[in-house]
Write a protein that binds this ligand. Structure first.
Ligand code: CA
Length: 314
């Protein structure tokens, strides 16, 4: 009887292995389902997703900034918190807003630390919190992060965008149900400029390479792990109208970039890759999942990062 059971078990295992090996291609959703059975994204500490410039948590309660990411992370066991900071303001103002919301979240849930993943301006915003309250932060992951500034902000630093920017970003926060967040486009542009970023990095150096585009940023500093990923493509999907805008801003940058940020500026701590075939909005799976064919699935990268954090005990 025992032999029979063993034989039957071996046959079932063999059939399963064969079906996995010969399923061409193994569908992403099936793989995700299987991974979720092992709590693939179940990190020790909750994950905080921080939006970038002109960002929002949800527009009109419908369109989420990190398109499809929160669901993908929670389905594998992660706890996810999505704060809302000013769409357009200095890194320090946004950082204080983020810190206050993380403290509230911790008080409500009993969490001791958080893993922060920040896109674009969300990266220095996260680094600010890690710098002033390292006891609350387990890791900072930068996605398309403006860690060494961008020539796009340098070109806008004359203040001409200020009135238009305040109106636009105020509208973004209104549509996302947060009309009271202060907007200061000049301050945002100053923070995202090369000069402003270098000054910020001197005050908050953890994870930053010793020279521009270096790969030697500290992977761990002050008890906090640092990671980064991003892309260096601009026009990735002919059906995505945002590619046209990114195509225009990309002309300001004379090195590999994602339409808004040089790939070299994205590097922080452990550089996973800044060469994905993603533009700045593809990195958050926008607009509405329109990314390049054959590019890495942007949502899968967040799942992989959560799994990386889990394996590191974070
Ligand atoms: Ca896109």
């Amino acid at each position: 009887m025992r032999l029979f059971n063993k034989t039957r078990l071996a046959l079932v295992a063999g059939a399963l292995t064969a079906s996995v090996a010969f399923a061409q291609p193994v569908s992403a959703s099936w793989l995700e389902w299987l991974q979720n059975q092992f709590r693939y994204t179940q990190t020790n500490h909750p994950i905080v997703l921080v939006h970038g410039l002109s960002g929002f948590d949800e527009l009109f309660g419908l369109i989420e900034y990190f398109n499809g990411v929160p669901e993908a992370l929670t389905s594998g066991g992660a706890k996810v918190f999505i704060p809302q900071v000013s769409a357009s303001n200095s890194t320090e103002v946004r950082g204080e807003q983020l810190l206050a919301q993380i403290e509230d979240y911790m008080a409500a849930t009993g969490a001791r630390k958080v893993n922060i993943i920040g896109h674009s301006h969300g990266s220095p915003t996260a680094r600010y919190v890690a710098g002033v309250r390292p006891d609350l932060v387990a890791s900072v992951s930068s996605v398309g992060g403006v860690n060494w500034g961008t020539p796009v902000a340098d070109s806008a630093a004359d203040g001409q965008l200020d009135n238009l920017g305040d109106w636009f970003f105020g509208l973004v926060d209104f549509a996302s149900g947060n009309p009271n967040l202060p907007q200061d486009t000049n301050a945002a542009v100053a923070s995202l400029s090369t000069e402003g970023s270098i000054a910020f990095n001197q005050e908050f150096p953890d994870g930053i390479p010793s020279r521009y585009c270096g790969n030697n940023g500290a992977r761990q500093a002050n008890g906090i792990r640092y990671y980064s990923w991003g892309g260096n493509a601009v026009l990735t999907n002919v059906f995505d109208p945002s590619d046209l805008l990114l195509g225009l801003t990309a002309t300001i940058i004379d090195e590999p970039n994602d339409g808004l940020v040089p790939a070299c500026s994205m590097k922080l701590g452990e550089v996973i890759s800044v060469e994905y075939r993603h533009n700045h909005l593809d990195q958050v799976n926008q607009v509405l999942g329109l990314v390049a064919r054959n590019a890495a699935d942007p949502v899968a990268l967040y799942r992989q990062q959560a799994n990386r954090l889990k394996r590191a005990g974070l």
